[in-house]
Design a protein around this ligand. Structure first.
Ligand SMILES: C[C@@H](O)[C@H](N)C(=O)O
Ligand SMILES: C[C@@H](O)[C@H](N)C(=O)O
Lengths: 158, 158
């Protein structure tokens, strides 16, 4: 497993935004991100889990420095897609485990999450791809999180 | 924007699993994926959005061929973490937009989601990283989805 994980990255300038209970039907995601694209606000992670009762939450992360600008748009975007509301929270951080073939390595996710669990760090959001496992955590815990993951995967800290 | 997107990948051997209303506290994600790792079940995407009332859903995708084996474990895993239940659904597919610098290109997410919206395809789950935008959709729509994304980003279909 160790060879599969190559590096741990982190980002502290992160805020999370969630549009609550958006209708789960075609066109909604496009309607939300259109305005943010037009406003020139960089969206980092986009995350949507399965719906219940025809609605789901649609979350994304942005630089905390863009949060004031994003906040000015959130009311109208929420109304536009007929969602129930939104939350926008500063003070989080992104920790990313970078590797190859993370998918297809049974146990690697458990090892990543166990490292954070052992450090008592709560994982607020998770999104993965073939190469990245991204966790959103509280910003005060980011150094511990990076240290815990370096230790778990026996990586030298740079 | 076009240069940023390099390819569209898809996977049809996909089932989605959701552990419902897991307690949002340290150690829960590790407790869920430990057993699947031990059972040798490859987990592809892991997705978790923000919690409400102290709980959230934790979803993941696996090969549909592994669904029977996964199902045999889901009851005990659900009880172990004191979640409310689980769902396991075959017949979905994964469509992945691959590029560089997807983050930091305002409007690129809107363009991806608009292409699927214009084809009337509902996006069931979304997870992104710097290089991948992953959407889970109904399997019967996968060819249309890939075609729509190729067209939107003017990529030659191989
Ligand atoms: C929720 C949102 O993703 C919706 N399902 C859409 O396709 O746009
Ligand atoms: C829900 C789950 O991710 C939990 N927050 C954990 O840290 O394990």
């Amino acid at each position: 497993i160790r060879q599969k994980v190559r590096a741990i990255a982190h980002e502290t300038d992160v805020a999370k935004v969630t549009i609550l209970r958006v209708p789960d039907k075609p066109g909604i995601a496009a309607s939300i991100f259109g305005p943010f694209g037009d406003a020139g606000i960089d969206i980092d992670i986009v995350l949507q889990n399965v719906s219940h009762d025809g609605t789901t939450d649609l979350s994304f992360t942005i630089a905390e420095s863009h949060l004031p600008k994003a906040r000015r748009m959130l009311g109208s975007v929420t109304r536009k897609v007929q969602a129930q509301g939104y939350t926008a929270t500063a003070g989080v951080a992104k920790v990313t485990v970078i590797g190859s073939g993370l998918r297809g390595t049974p146990g690697i996710y458990a090892k990543i999450f166990q490292a954070l669990a052992d450090a008592g760090i709560n994982i607020q959001m998770i999104a993965t791809s073939e190469i990245h496992v991204t966790c959103i955590i509280d910003r005060p815990r980011v150094r511990e999180a990076v240290r815990a993951l370096h230790a778990a995967f026996e990586l030298e800290r740079i």
